[in-house]
Each structure stands twice: as C-alpha cells, then as structure tokens.
Write a protein that binds this ligand. Structure first.
Ligand code: HEC
Length: 149
C-alpha cells in the first residue's frame, strides 16, 4: 500500500518528469526508426531503383502506391503516394521501411522486402532469399530520396 501520500507523491513526480520534457517532444510522439546503409557490392543506383519501384514483378510498389510515373497507367491507391517521400523521410527512415515496415506498423500490408527470417514461410524458389537484395534496397532507397516535394 502506497497510501494517500505515496499516491500524491507519485503524481507529483509524474508532473515534474513531464515538465522536464521539451514542449516540442510532447506534441508529437512518432517512433522514427532509421536503418544504416546495408553492405553492398557496388554504389547505389537511383535509376535502377526507379525501375524496381515501377516494375510489377520486382518491387510491386505500384500495386499499392502511386507516384511520379507518368508512363505507368495503373497505379495503386491503397497507400500514400510516393511523391515527396524524400522530403517526408530521410534516407535511414526510407531504408528502414523497405527492410521491414511491420516494425513500424505491425498491421501494415506493405511487404518486408529485406527480412531474411521469413525465408521458411515463402515458397521453395525463394527460400534463403529476401524479396529484394541489399543492392536493390540501396537502389530503391537512393531513388526514393530523390522524390522531393
Ligand atoms: C501491398 C501494398 C504495398 C506494397 C506492395 C508496397 N507498399 Fe509501401 N506502404 C503501404 C502502406 C499501406 C503504407 C502506409 C503505411 C503503413 O501501412 O505502414 C506504405 C508506406 C510506404 C512509405 C511511406 C509513405 C509515406 O510517405 O508516408 C514508403 C516510402 C513506401 N511505402 C514505399 C514503398 C516501396 C518503395 C515499395 C516497393 C518496393 C512499397 N512501398 C510497396 C503498402 C504497400
């Protein structure tokens, strides 16, 4: 039993602790997760990244997303447009989302493009592989970073 005094003290401590948090940190509490660059065998290639994003058999991104792809007739509307993604998110945040966006939002429909531990759950053709390679993740990250508002 903490008793009445204990309770008042606990509330008081909570208030003091809260008042020590800077005002701007209180207003927004997003978990901003970032991933460092992956080890790759060549420098990132944003043009290749664009191809991966637009290609339905590789990235599949346009099944859900739209974006600045005037040549692509069918684009998704199940997710935010990729236009301006490089303004909204930094490189580390974009990379993190591509690697495994379920670690940002467990309910998301977006596939985890570089989560190796899933390999037992996918078909044999893919076993031991991630959806995209490390090089492709870096290419797509570099491309998304160029999408500025
Ligand atoms: C099956 C649907 C689906 C596919 C395929 C998909 N995404 Fe997503 N994506 C989402 C959803 C839904 C969100 C919204 C946030 C969430 O649910 O986590 C999202 C969020 C994002 C965001 C953050 C958008 C923002 O500005 O808030 C980026 C960037 C992104 N996706 C990039 C990609 C790229 C690049 C690909 C392909 C390599 C891809 N996505 C494939 C569904 C998808």
């Amino acid at each position: 039993m903490v008793g009445w005094h204990g309770l008042v003290f606990a509330i008081f401590k909570g208030l003091v602790a809260q008042s020590l948090v800077p005002a701007h940190a209180k207003a927004e509490t997003p978990v901003v997760l970032e991933a460092p660059p992956l080890a790759v065998s060549r420098p990132p290639n944003p043009e290749n990244g664009r191809k991966i994003v637009a290609d339905r058999r590789r990235g599949m991104c346009l099944l859900c997303h739209s974006g600045p792809f005037p040549e692509e007739r069918f684009q998704g509307n199940l997710a935010p447009s990729l236009a301006g993604a490089g303004t909204r998110w930094n490189e580390g945040q974009l990379r993190f989302r591509l690697i495994d966006s379920t670690r940002i939002n467990p309910e998301t429909t977006m596939p985890a493009y570089f989560r190796a531990e899933d390999k037992n759950r996918v078909g044999r053709a893919f076993s031991g592989r991630t959806i995209l390679s490390a090089e492709e993740i870096e290419d797509v990250t570099a491309y998304l970073s160029t999408l500025r508002d």
